[in-house]
Design a binder for this molecule. Structure first.
Ligand SMILES: Cc1cc2nc3c(=O)[nH]c(=O)nc-3n(C[C@H](O)[C@H](O)[C@H](O)COP(=O)(O)OP(=O)(O)OC[C@H]3O[C@@H](n4cnc5c(N)ncnc54)[C@H](O)[C@@H]3O)c2cc1C
Length: 273
């Protein structure tokens, strides 16, 4: 039986991103959470493989306690069991620490697996680093940005768009794939799924101690990435009114905006004069 793991992250609902301009951070606790869209595609990909070949799906998330909501959603969609990796010491993990901690959870609670699926990136931090770093941590081959996926015995074949070329790649299992693209449009959740997700949810809670990380520097302490500043980009715009005779206006226009106009029409106007 094919054993699959899907990594899912909770992100703030896109429609409400409470941004604190003073600290430059997201007030995540004020926003409603949802499953990261690309993680949903990854779960849908796993469900389709399971329908075609049989299999077992474990969904894993690492986050604060409220992130457990995405595991209920994963169960409702069709995952078989879930791991909730949560501990106050894990707060503030950068992508390297997130991958490190997820790898320890997989080694401890999913010792035998064939395929790990991740989203290609998240809609909040959007680094696209966790999937490839997780593969590196576990010593696995990996392929990023898969848009289609098929399986023959122990070989997985994917297609992906790369610089307007369609690439077809094959990888032997075990391995890790990050999923992109809307060809894995997620299914509607059936009533039976909701029953599975809430009546007796198969979710195992795991903390740093369970993963043997008591003496290891984790979370913000173990994260080499430090955010020094975050700011919104501002577009500068200014209205200028030129007056006088048309000839004078045109001369003035070129005097002020030579470089801008030249770069648009691709001519060095100073050389033309
Ligand atoms: C210094 C620092 C502090 C941070 N503190 C926080 C914080 O307190 N809270 C917070 O939410 N984020 C925090 N982040 C962001 C945090 O590092 C990232 O959310 C997390 O490491 C994933 O990065 P990403 O969102 O860019 O994931 P990507 O690399 O874009 O994600 C790709 C895929 O990896 C998998 N994945 C990513 N993260 C998880 C996860 N947590 N659980 C399961 N699967 C996952 C999913 O399949 C996802 O689709 C911090 C980042 C930095 C640099």
């Amino acid at each position: 039986m094919l054993k699959m793991i899907v990594c899912v992250k909770q992100v703030p609902m896109v429609s409400e991103l409470p941004w604190d301009p003073k600290t430059g951070t997201l007030s995540r606790e004020e926003a409603e959470g949802m499953m990261n869209p690309a993680c949903k595609y990854a779960l849908e990909a796993a469900l389709r493989v399971k329908e075609e070949h049989g299999g077992h799906i474990t969904a894993i998330t690492m986050g604060p306690p409220m992130a457990q909501e995405v595991l209920h959603e994963a169960l409702a969609m069709g995952a078989d069991r879930c791991l909730m990796v949560s501990d106050p010491r894990m707060a503030g993990s950068d992508t390297l620490m997130t991958s490190f901690t997820l790898a320890r959870a997989i080694e401890t609670y999913c010792s035998e697996f064939d395929l790990i699926l991740c989203g290609c990136h998240t809609s909040d931090s959007e680094t696209a680093q966790v999937g490839p770093q997780l593969a590196e941590e576990l010593g696995l081959p990996s392929i990023a940005y898969a848009e289609s996926l098929s399986l023959r015995e122990r070989t997985v074949r994917i297609e992906r768009n790369s610089d307007h070329f369609l690439e077809t790649l094959e990888m032997d299992l075990p391995g890790l794939i990050t999923i992109a693209g809307q060809s894995f449009s997620p299914r509607y959740i059936p009533m039976k799924g909701l029953q599975n997700a809430f009546e007796e949810p198969n979710i195992l809670g795991v903390n740093a101690h369970d993963l043997g990380l008591d003496d290891v520097s984790i979370g913000a302490d173990g994260s080499p990435t430090k955010i020094l500043d975050v700011c919104s980009s501002t577009a500068g715009k200014q209205n200028v009114v030129l007056s006088g005779a048309p000839k004078k206006i045109v001369e003035e226009l070129f005097k002020r905006f030579d470089d801008t106009i030249g770069s648009v029409i691709r001519k060095d106007l100073k050389a033309v004069k």
